[in-house]
Write a protein that binds this ligand. Structure first.
Ligand code: GLA
Length: 728
């Protein structure tokens, strides 16, 4: 619910459990007064206090009032160059060459439903579940208007934000920075949690007390990156899974980003998040506007677990547009780790022959089916079926797979080009490169200039022909290197700072086009595994390959970190072979299945090389996953332990909305002789109900939560358990 107090110019956004408030003050500055647990309302600006602080400049309107300074007051959207020395959200280069921004409140507008952003991902909501507030600010000297958009999803405890800058003057302006969100809090005794890592070990939580000064993460790679995720948490120092005030901020953006927090001199906190200003500069001609990507805020008064569950629900129901909406997505098998580039039509048909009777429903043909591509040194850009491997093309192969009762999916990497390709030989200038420099190679490939429409059209034309040639129901959209040598032959020198963002917009445009042309196709995102795992991509690709690391034990950590923001249904996870291809670790098939069921669940191995006993187990796993699909994919997710804490096991739990069913998964991670007895305390159950576990013993919900479930002693490395609980 949005409450506008026009007289006092107080704007209050209520969700079910949270309240967010701003006020345009006597100098027309938009101050942030509160974000936290839900309050009745009223004007909360008395929480802001004023004092004469040295070295804190006073704007001209304040006259001789030395207690009024932009540098000390909580700003709703921070400026620069005019007296606030903390992190700016906006930086404008004026026609005279100065860089600054100075914003004053002009008007506000309430709209039913949720605003949309053209060409950008955004949460969607109808009049029934969302409202929009637009607050317009003005920079008089720059002759620019800044519209702050707020989407309020009451039932989801979600507030989305976006920013649009309009040049209302007669001369060009340059945007040097335009963040998506700014959050000023009147305290700094908080922890900052970021999600960091590298290729194969993505999104490990990194938690540290907020220090004085600026700290944070970002990416300058043109993608959201394996290294840092565009999602951060600020929380009480003693917040844990079940306790404490926590704020989550996610950016719906798949390119270079920045998320910075500043502990400022009078113990306040500022969080800003948006496009990375490094390599960004956008020219706004008179009348033109620029829209910053959407940011999303959630606040949980009761711990990190609740924060995640709020985000999961919002992302699942109000961001992801799933072609399988309301239906189950298929259990897939992907040939990558089983064959790499060494496959042909007959081998794929053999895969399907073995996999179909096991209950696997979709065969995904990974890299190597097109152009001249027998290793990763050539062929990207030539999206034409290699008929030496697949005689007769997909028209011949796909029906053979379908006859076996399976559907068919395909891998693509549209944004890339190999120098050894027909595309590159014909259009070398289509690859990003800086004139006079030889571009750096990554995986021996170059990046196509997706800021250029003709490049996108050419690539999409080829891919569309392939997707139209046969019954394809799934696409894995990959992207295997970071952007370097960023320069576009299509833009003048003063617009080169637009290339990275235009590139991302180009990717979004092609994804949207593919969704429009092939609405039944499930697109899985991928970027060398989890290098572009962000809320922006999830708008187009309902699931994302979480990591190239398929080792079940490493995955416990990767999926744990990922779960802080992203729902199970978004996490691409497969059972692969043991010993694992990447780290050589041996794990039981049961355990690999249990871990893959904390994600979309599928296989990535040669089913023909699996023993009959293991095939039987695969069959059981697929059947179990299908039977409990709703619980696993849509249930409330509880982290029961932290795999980074070095405990004896890692456990998690999914609970159905009506709390009558739950699935508890546990993987033992450190083995010792003479083990102590362990008891696992469950969460989210109904204390008044009694639950039967795996069809056997029954236990009261309150006992399972307060005393716990008595775990059996596990023998052998990396054993796992799944406990299916049903209320009786
Ligand atoms: C990336 C992906 C893998 C696989 C290969 C193919 O590394 O993450 O899953 O598709 O590319 O080249």
């Amino acid at each position: 619910m949005i409450v506008l107090d026009q007289e006092n110019r107080v704007f209050t956004l209520h969700t079910q459990n949270t309240t967010y408030q701003m006020k345009a003050d006597r100098h027309n500055v938009l101050l942030h007064t509160y974000y936290g647990p839900r309050l009745a309302g009223g004007d909360l600006s008395y929480l802001i206090r004023y004092a004469d602080r040295a070295c804190a400049p006073n704007p001209a309107e304040a006259g001789l009032d030395r207690t009024y300074s932009l540098d000390t007051l909580p700003q709703e959207y921070s400026t620069c160059g005019v007296g606030d020395f903390r992190l700016p959200s906006l930086e404008l280069e004026l026609p005279g060459g100065s860089c600054s921004a100075d914003l004053r409140y002009v008007r506000c507008e309430l709209r039913g439903g949720k605003y949309a952003l053209e060409g950008l991902p955004a949460f969607h909501g109808s009049r029934a579940d969302a409202e929009t507030l637009v607050i317009t600010l003005e920079d008089a000297a720059a002759q620019a208007e800044v519209e702050l958009y707020y989407g309020v999803f009451e039932g989801y405890d979600l507030i989305t934000r976006a920013v649009r800058v309009v040049n209302r003057g007669g001369q060009a302006l340059r945007l040097r920075r335009c963040d998506s969100l700014c959050l000023d809090l009147l305290r700094s005794d908080l922890d900052l949690i970021t999600f960091d890592g590298c290729h194969m070990m993505e999104r490990a939580p990194d938690r540290a007390p907020l220090r004085s000064g600026v700290q944070g993460v970002g990416s300058a790679r043109g993608t959201s990156s394996h290294q840092h995720n565009p999602f951060v948490i600020l929380c009480d120092r003693d917040a844990n899974e079940d306790y404490g005030l926590c704020y989550g901020a996610a950016l719906l953006y798949s390119g270079s980003f920045q998320a910075l927090a500043e502990g400022s001199q009078y113990d306040n906190t500022r969080l800003v998040m948006g496009i990375n200003p490094l390599q960004f500069c956008w020219t706004l001609e008179p009348g033109q506007s620029f829209t910053a990507p959407e940011g999303a805020l959630v606040c949980s008064p009761s711990g990190l677990g609740q924060l995640s569950r709020q985000l999961h629900r919002a992302i699942r129901e109000r961001l992801i547009r799933d072609p399988y909406e309301g239906k189950r997505r298929p259990v897939l098998i992907n040939n990558w780790e089983a064959t790499y580039f060494d496959f042909d039509a007959d081998k794929l048909v053999d895969f399907a022959k073995t996999a179909a009777p096991l209950g696997i429903e979709l065969l995904v043909m990974d890299d190597g089916w097109f152009g001249k591509r027998n290793d990763d040194n050539s062929g990207l850009g030539d999206w034409v079926v290699n008929e030496e491997k697949l005689p007769g093309g997909l028209e011949a192969l796909v029906p053979r797979i379908q006859e076996l009762g399976m559907s068919f999916g395909i891998w693509i990497e549209p944004e890339m080009v190999s120098e050894d390709s027909q595309l590159y030989r014909e259009h070398p200038d289509w690859a990003l490169h800086i004139p006079g420099r030889s571009p750096a190679r990554g995986r021996n490939q170059l990046v196509l200039d997706f800021s250029r429409p003709e490049v996108r059209q050419h690539v999409y034309g080829q891919i569309k022909a392939v997707l139209s040639s046969a019954g394809i129901s799934y696409v894995k959209w990959d992207m295997n290197r970071s952007l370097s040598d960023v320069w576009s032959a299509a833009l003048p020198p003063q617009r080169q700072g637009e290339v990275c963002h235009r590139y991302v917009l180009g990717v979004y445009e092609m994804l949207e086009q593919m969704r429009r042309d092939f609405p039944h196709i499930l697109i899985e995102g991928c970027a060398g595994g989890g290098g572009r795992f962000d809320a922006g991509m999830l708008y187009y690709t309902p699931q994302i390959w979480c990591s190239d690391n398929t080792d079940a034990i490493d995955r416990l950590r990767i999926q744990y970190g990922t779960s802080f923001c992203y729902p199970v249904s978004a996490v691409g996870a497969h059972v692969s072979t043991s010993p694992n291809e990447e780290n050589g670790r041996l794990t039981p098939l049961e355990t690999r299945g249990t871990v893959a069921m904390a994600g979309t669940f599928g296989y990535e191995l040669d089913p023909r090389k699996v023993s009959p006993q293991e095939q039987e187990l695969m069959k059981e796993q697929a059947a179990f996953f299908k039977e409990h699909y709703d619980l696993i994919q849509r249930g409330d997710y509880y982290r029961l332990s932290d795999p980074f804490a070095g405990g004896p096991y890692t456990a998690w739990e999914q609970v159905s909305a009506d709390r009558r069913e739950a699935l508890v998964s546990l993987v033992s991670t450190s083995l010792r002789a003479a083990p102590p007895f362990q008891t696992l305390r469950l969460k989210g159950l109904d204390p008044a109900l009694t639950y039967q576990v795996n069809g056997g013993e029954a236990y009261p919900g309150d006992v399972l939560m307060s005393a716990g479930f008595p775990l059996p002693l596990l023998r052998g490395d990396y054993q796992s358990m799944q406990l299916y609980l049903r209320a009786i």
